[in-house]
Design a protein around this ligand. Structure first.
Ligand code: CA
Length: 581
């Protein structure tokens, strides 16, 4: 590793009174730390260039006698691990809620040692979906054209209830037994890789679950913010960079707990910070990951985020990870602030390569549902993208129409198939890395709260009437949407202008937005008619980009177009064209 130190957390009754020893070539105990709880010991190991993989015992001695002997292992590193490539604009990310996707192993639905038992009739309960269910359907995911899978968190969440979503970690080093185990998670990653799919791990460093074992015996009195007692976060994201705000109001946001069942971690504690950094690196290595999605990004300590992202970047310069900043209103500078390379007013340094583009998502919905006028409609999208100058790397933002925390995109767009196809066409061709929530391909709807947004994927359970994996008994509009998306995704996989090309766009005119993706001689042209009536578009305005090109072919319909003629576009339609010389 770039960093040759390793810190071990040891937990046991009065362990602080015992002295650790070890004997292994290339591994030395550099220092031992004791905090204010005698039940914890932190051992700093120093590794060397010559350290070889292998097993050794850490021996704990008292009064000259061995009291405990703990076996530890240094694992072999995979060749090329440090140079691993993260997800990129060439990819499309499929976001899956594991409990709700497919139940590949009904035997693990109920685990004696874990508190919450399955109940498929409860929308907030555990439905039995698991990692095996995803492995079983990797062929479907690959054939659809997805090249990355982001799973909502799968670490142990041993909460009494409402734990299926995975955002209440109770063990940072173990996959929840109702989803599988660490070995199965690694298998998912290996099998996915063989099909050209990378795995993105959803990580939560801001908080833990209230049933985390730390909560029964905190390593130190400052481990959890607000002295370990619940105090709700103000949830006012804007305070982070508000020029008029007081320190207490900043702290009320970052040190408050997200909710009562999610104790807020104090990342200013250096031992906790190291724990979170090492745990992140360990999972990249162990599960051969291609990315992270970082939950509740701005809720964490800023300086910690700077250090954490720097450490990940130092170890894996080509790895990609994306932070979640979801401000209440479209706040482009607040999103850009966290992205590596963005200019910041206070010289804050981030090494986080990507952010979720929530401002784009808001603009997309507003644009397609809005009336065309000088200050509403499709111009909303143009105006958001025209503000990309604030980002370190706008091409590396993750763009999406919907996710696990918002109403299903089809419902957001009033169950309108034309608007749905426009949204998907734009998300898959604009700058950035698209992410699509599972079930979007079969236009799942939602009308209620969180449990309702994360409905079971049809075909994932024995006895399901319809099966979206095979197409059996799938309604026609659902299978039409699925074929539409599959066509676009598989075209996108092989399009260099989309993977590597720059974006060129024109301010919308009369409700029509036109943009290009350009790479070398290759060109993709997208025409979006947001009017409620058909239009005929004269392309003369675009000859400066089209150059001498005269022909184009529609990606979806395969129709040929003569670019010297006007192009007719139906109402509420996007046309994607491969432009040909
Ligand atoms: Ca199961």
């Amino acid at each position: 590793m770039a960093d040759n130190t390793l810190q071990l957390m040891v937990h046991g009754k009065n362990i602080a009174n015992i002295e650790p020893e070890l004997s292994y070539p290339g591994v030395a105990i550099n220092r031992v730390h004791r905090l204010d709880n005698p039940n914890y010991l932190f051992i700093d190991l120093l590794l060397s260039e010559t350290t070889v993989p292998g097993k050794f015992d850490i021996v704990f001695k008292g009064s000259g006698q061995t009291l405990i002997s703990y076996p530890y292992e240094i694992l072999k590193r995979d060749a090329g691990s440090a140079e691993r490539q993260g997800f990129s604009p060439a990819d499309v990310i499929y976001l899956v809620t594991p409990d709700r996707y497919a139940n590949g192993n009904p035997d693990n639905d109920s685990v004696p040692s874990l508190k919450e038992k399955p109940n498929r009739r409860n929308k907030d309960g555990r439905h039995g979906g698991d990692i095996q269910g995803i492995i079983d359907h990797l062929d479907y995911i690959a054939e659809m054209g997805f090249t990355q899978v982001w799973l909502n968190p799968v670490l142990e969440n041993d909460q009494k209830k409402y734990s299926y979503h995975g955002y209440s970690t109770t063990d940072y080093y173990n996959i929840d037994a109702r989803f599988g185990n660490n070995v199965l998670y690694k298998k998912l990653s290996d099998q996915a890789k063989k099909k050209g799919i990378g795995i993105i791990k959803d990580i939560i460093l801001n908080h833990i679950g209230s049933e985390h074992w730390w909560m029964m015996d905190l390593p130190s009195s400052d481990w959890i913010n607000n002295k370990g007692k619940f105090e709700r976060s103000s949830h006012v994201h804007e305070v982070v960079n508000d020029p008029y705000i007081t320190e207490s109001q900043k702290n009320a946001f970052t040190d408050g707990w997200f909710v009562r069942t999610m104790p807020d971690l104090n990342q200013r504690n250096p031992f906790l910070a190291t724990y979170l950094i090492q745990c992140s690196i360990w999972w990249i290595e162990f599960a051969d990951l291609s990315g992270f999605r970082v939950d509740t990004y701005p809720y964490m300590d800023k300086e910690f985020l700077s250090i954490w992202s720097g450490r990940i970047h130092d170890e894996y310069p080509n790895f990609n990870f994306v932070g979640e900043e979801w401000p209440v209103v479209t706040n482009i500078p607040a999103t850009a602030y966290w992205q590596a390379g963005s200019k910041t007013h206070d010289n804050y340094k981030s090494s986080t390569p990507s952010m979720m583009d929530f401002p784009f998502q808001t603009a997309l919905i507003n644009a397609l549902k809005g009336k065309e006028s000088w200050n509403s409609g499709i111009g909303d999208i143009y105006r958001v993208i025209a503000t990309d100058f604030v980002y370190g790397d706008p091409y590396n933002l993750v763009v999406f129409a919907g996710n696990h925390d918002m109403q299903r995109i089809y419902s957001q767009l009033n169950d309108d198939m034309d608007l749905y196809k426009m949204a998907m066409s734009i998300v898959l061709t604009t700058r950035g890395i698209p992410q699509i929530y599972y079930g979007t391909e079969i236009i799942l709807k939602s009308t209620g709260d969180h449990g309702e947004l994360r409905k079971d994927f049809p075909g994932g359970w024995q006895g399901d009437r319809a099966n979206a994996f095979t197409g059996k008994s799938l309604a026609k509009d659902k299978s039409d949407a699925q074929i539409f998306l599959k066509t676009l995704l598989n075209w996108r996989k092989n399009s260099l202008p989309i993977a590597k090309g720059r974006l060129i766009h024109y301010p919308p005119k009369d409700g029509v937005y036109v943009y290009f993706r350009s790479h070398g001689d290759e060109l993709v042209m997208v025409l979006v008619n947001n009017n409620s009536n058909p239009v005929s578009v004269d392309l003369k305005r675009f000859y400066e980009v089209l150059d001498k090109r005269k022909k184009a072919r529609s990606v979806v319909s395969s129709l040929d177009y003569d670019l010297r003629e006007k192009i007719s576009i139906k109402e509420k339609t996007a046309i994607i064209l491969d432009v040909i010389f």
